[in-house]
Design a protein around this ligand. Structure first.
Ligand SMILES: [Zn+2]
Length: 240
């Protein structure tokens, strides 16, 4: 299968096409074993036709890749010694045996220290989730303030920030001016978090991804393409 690509706002998207006779009307997306995008198209579709549909659906394709790649990686075990992400780096988890009266996670000396009454992976997962959420609340609120100050449209009206664990998107911005960020982003490097925040702040002015939107974003965050590429290629690791 020939490797093809289309240009996207952040770079390029590589794919291959396979044709199956039973696919009659619409194309669909699959991942191969290496996590690369395969387009399954109706037999009579040309490469150009596939390319056109992909160009019209770039964000949908990116969301598909994110979700499908996240499903492809082995599940985390939440056991002693396993590595977990925080602000773009990976750190080992040290589970401090049983018998502790207080349960919780502490991040110190480049390790996640997990103290708990009873060592089981479900509980470790819950504690870590809670810890990530606390960190996300602090870090995102602070970065939102810093980046808002660089705009000339936010002023004193700081947007409301909400956090949610999402499976396909990193953030969104409502018409009422509320910014929702994916809690999982706390595992990404700070520059990537900043970039998502900058993106959503631009939506306060421009709701669509048109030329005016990208001009605004380019001005607020000239590094947005690099960060977006990183999110597209590595983001699935943050979703676990
Ligand atoms: Zn957007």
């Amino acid at each position: 299968m020939r490797r093809l690509s289309i240009k996207t706002p952040a770079g390029q998207l590589d794919y291959r096409i396979t044709r199956r006779n039973r696919v009659k009307k619409r194309m669909h997306m699959e991942l191969d074993a290496a996590g690369e995008l395969v387009i399954v198209a109706p037999g009579h579709w040309s490469e150009r036709q596939v390319g056109r549909v992909l160009r019209q659906n770039v964000s949908r394709v990116e969301r598909f890749l994110l979700r499908a790649r996240a499903r492809q990686v082995p599940a985390l075990q939440y056991c002693d010694g396993e590595k977990h992400l925080f602000l773009g780096k990976s750190y080992p988890m040290v589970i401090k045996g049983c018998g502790h009266r207080r349960s919780g996670v502490e991040f110190a000396g480049g390790e996640f220290l997990v103290e708990m009454a009873k060592n089981n992976s479900v509980e470790v997962h819950e504690l870590l989730k809670k810890w990530y959420k606390q960190q996300a609340q602090q870090v995102f609120a602070q970065r939102l303030q810093v980046i808002s100050a660089r705009t000339d449209w936010v002023g004193d009206r700081q947007p409301t920030l909400r956090l949610r664990r999402m499976k396909r998107t990193w953030g969104n911005c409502s018409i009422s001016g509320e910014i929702k960020l994916n809690t999982h982003l706390i595992k990404a490097p700070l520059s990537v978090i900043d970039s998502v925040i900058a993106h959503e702040l631009c939506h306060l002015v421009e709701m669509n991804h048109g030329k005016a939107f990208y001009a605004l974003l380019e001005n607020l965050n000239p590094a947005w393409k690099e960060d977006r590429k990183k999110l597209v290629s590595e983001g699935y690791q943050y979703l676990r």
